[in-house]
Design a protein around this ligand. Structure first.
Ligand code: EPU
Length: 438
């Protein structure tokens, strides 16, 4: 298993380019299952979850060509298998996004029920309740969800109100409803930019989806969908992570190929704590720290509020800010795994249920730490960049799931970070230069 070796203390300086959004790429890839024609996706991030999703599509029978590194041409004209097995779902929960498209187009699907994970129990009951409202029959069989469309083979449009805002639940239901008979209205839908991106792709494929980006989405089902070409939006969480990297190291970064309007809540909060963020143009931000940072409370919540996917990185920053900040995680019940690792580096953090109290500023000291999930790994990398001495971040496969070559991007702007590979004999090897994540 790979590790990162970071020697902290270098202020980051230079330009970084933001990759495509993993959480938009995953549903868009699944959407290719809705049509026998070819869907071409550009700007896919070169990250592990994208490779896993590609494998799922290929296992189902689709062909995926890669004319360029970040472009996939997906053709699902011959789907022979209608199942996302445990081996895939356990490594990537987003494989449940195959359920909606398979059920809508083929009238049947089987997906292993995802268990809990490092950030919470994460049930998919809201996805399943929605499919049932569309007329599907849902059974649980040996740990799998088995779904069947009504006798006619086609789902039936209806009105669905989500009890709780769910991103992939909204995406799954939009995809399922796009081929249903009649109109579906989703209430309390997720408003994330990734949902809008998926709907743009679906509409290019011939779907009739209106209201994406609001809490009410209307889908007029169509008989069939066709091919389309689409470019994935930039990753707003990667953008936010690099803003924090500039601030925590006392450096200055130009962050290009991003969409500032997708992270307004993050920009507002980081500005409030004292990070200077300038919108250079519609796709470029400049971030720097010129004065000491101050602490500020934070609540995570669905879009357009502050994203849970930036909470861990914010916590790392708060260890360097003056005063006490109280962070409330309201989306996932167990998303503070990074706190105890940050404590090992000297951070002063107290946990109380879904609140974390961070007292700063505290000088951090390099230490060996363990990454528990994707965003937790990002926060440990950020802490390592400002810590005194050497940090080793174990289990960086978590970070490889969602960030494209983060160590190469950081090194290019002055960070002292190396990927260490474990050789077959168990000793560590240092990998020189730019190393691809896969
Ligand atoms: N929930 C239910 N029942 C459901 C679905 C969700 O109770 O059927 C609960 C969840 O347990 C959670 C809340 O609703 O407490 C919100 O979960 P949501 O369904 O929105 O999360 P998700 O769709 O599984 C996506 C992202 C996550 C991101 C969350 C929240 C993808 C592939 N994943 O997950 O991304 O944290 O939305 O914004 O889009 C990440 O990238 O690191 C990541 C975890």
């Amino acid at each position: 298993m790979d590790k990162f070796l970071i020697r902290g203390g270098n202020p980051l300086k230079g330009t970084v380019s933001i990759s495509g959004a993993k959480n938009s790429a995953l549903p868009c890839m699944a959407a290719a299952l809705l049509t026998p024609e070819t869907v071409i996706l550009h700007n896919l991030p070169y990250a592990r979850d994208i490779i896993t999703q590609r494998r799922l599509l290929e296992d189902l029978g689709a062909t995926v060509l890669t004319p360029e590194l970040r472009t996939h041409k997906i053709n699902a004209s011959h789907v022979e298998v209608f199942e996302a097995p445990y081996e895939l779902v356990k490594t990537m929960r987003a494989s449940v996004l195959a359920l909606g498209p398979l059920l809508a187009r083929f009238g049947k699907a089987k997906v292993s029920l995802p268990g809990g994970c490092a950030i919470g129990t994460r049930p998919i009951d809201l996805h399943l309740a929605g499919f049932e409202k569309l007329g599907a029959e849902i059974r649980l069989e040996a740990g799998n969800v088995v779904a069947r469309a009504p006798q006619s083979g086609r789902l039936i449009g209806t009105e669905i109100r989500f009890e709780k805002v769910t991103v992939t639940g909204t995406e799954n239901l939009i995809m399922a409803a796009s081929l249903a008979k009649g109109k579906t209205i989703l209430h309390n839908a997720a408003r994330e930019p990734e949902v809008i991106d998926l709907c743009e792709l679906l509409n290019r494929m011939g779907a009739r989806v209106r209201g994406a980006g609001t809490e009410t989405i209307e889908i007029e089902g169509v008989q069939a969908l066709g091919g389309a070409e689409h470019t994935i939006i930039p990753d707003r969480i990667e953008t936010g992570t690099f803003i924090v990297a500039a601030a925590i190291t006392g450096g200055e970064l130009e962050i290009k190929d991003c969409r500032p309007e997708h992270l307004q809540s993050v920009i507002d909060k980081l500005t409030e704590v004292g990070v200077e963020i300038e919108e250079v143009n519609s796709s470029t931000l400049a971030a720097r720290k010129r004065k000491p940072l101050r602490s500020c409370e934070l609540n995570t919540a669905p879009y357009p509020e502050f994203p849970t996917d930036m909470q861990a990185q914010y916590m790392a920053l708060m260890t360097q800010s003056e005063g006490r900040s109280v962070i409330a995680e309201t989306v996932f019940e167990n998303r503070f795994m990074h706190a105890s690792e940050l404590q090992r580096m000297g951070a002063r953090i107290t946990l109380d249920g879904h609140h974390a109290m961070v007292d700063g500023p505290t000088p951090l000291a390099g230490a060996p730490v363990l990454a528990s999930d994707l965003r937790a790994s990002a926060s440990l990398v950020l802490a390592g960049l400002v810590a005194d001495g050497e940090s080793i971040i174990h289990r960086v496969y978590h970070i490889d799931r969602g960030y494209e070559r983060i160590e190469a991007k950081l090194r290019a702007v002055g960070a002292d970070i190396e990927r260490l590979r474990e050789s077959v004999t168990g000793t560590l090897e240092q990998v020189p230069g730019d190393v691809a994540v896969a």
